[in-house]
Ligand binder design. Structure first.
Ligand code: 9WO
Length: 253
């Protein structure tokens, strides 16, 4: 997958490229990153990249001309004719909320352009003309799109086959099946008087798998009932959840 990032602050992306799973994935070529900086496309003497909003008020917008030139350069970099028009994505709080399922769809694309806003963002007509999808990671505001773009890219890389190496497969990630993950435990066996659930020490792999499925359903029911409502549970899952609820209420009285 090839990704061109339009950003005034490409240096921020070293957090992604130089560390951990994402760093290794990029080094291994699972995702090819390039940058187009509007600053490099300025034609005025002061190389300004911001501009005043019509109507006044505090803050600035990204200056349109260098931004458009950088978006064009990103498109050209991604290969022009050979590849279908790369999807151009703008990250902002005004975008559609994305989730793990949307990420798995994005992971199948061969090329995308990510536009990172700064200041108060970009001219509405530029969004209309150039942006295919405006996406949000959640209902909060950052000081620019870069950290959101890095979060998106990190999540995309870990989906790619081979990205996780010995650490396992992204198929086991929380939310891949729409559910939260069962709780996990490591040493010591006794922590502040609390023991590890005995089934995890039993060596009975079928029993452990069943317990984890039940806990995943139960944890989702307790913490994110909204996620459960979006799912069509199988008969086995319904039974496991009923069992979890029964134990939950028994333990509370
Ligand atoms: C800045 C600003 C300054 C003064 C008055 C009002 C203001 N609004 C903004 C603003 O919303 N800036 C955004 C910063 C413009 C687009 C890029 N920025 C951004 C992206 N912040 N948060 C995101 C983001 C992206 C994806 N998911 C969650 C948040």
């Amino acid at each position: 997958m090839r990704v061109a990032v339009v950003t005034l602050l490409p240096g921020m992306f070293s957090a992604l490229t130089e560390h951990g799973v994402s760093g290794r994935g990029i080094s291994a070529g699972l995702l090819e990153l390039s940058f187009c900086n509007p600053r490099d496309f300025c034609r005025d003497k002061h190389r300004s990249v911001d501009d005043k909003p019509f109507g006044g008020g505090p803050g600035m917008l990204m200056k349109t001309e260098p931004l458009l030139a950088a978006i064009s350069a990103a498109r050209a970099k991604l290969g022009g004719q050979e590849i279908r028009k790369p999807r151009c994505i703008y990250l902002s709080p005004q975008g559609q909320r994305i989730n793990q399922q949307k990420l798995t769809e994005l992971a199948t694309l061969e090329a995308i352009t990510l536009v990172c806003g700064r200041y108060q963002g970009i001219d509405a007509r530029v969004i209309e003309a150039e942006i295919d999808e405006e996406l949000s990671l959640g209902d909060f505001v950052l000081s620019g799109g870069e950290i959101a773009a890095m979060a998106l890219l990190d999540a995309l890389i870990r989906i790619k086959p081979g990205a996780l190496g010995d650490e396992g497969s992204a198929a086991q990630d929380s939310l891949t099946d729409g559910l939260l993950h069962a709780p996990e435990y490591t040493r010591p066996q006794l922590h502040e008087g609390k023991a590890v659930p005995p089934v995890l020490l039993s060596g009975d792999h079928a029993a452990i798998a069943r317990w984890r499925k039940k806990q995943a359903l139960g944890v989702t029911w307790l913490k994110r009932p909204d996620l459960l409502e979006q799912l069509e549970l199988s008969r086995e899952q319904k039974e496991l959840l009923e069992e979890f609820k029964k134990e939950y209420w028994t333990d509370r009285v």
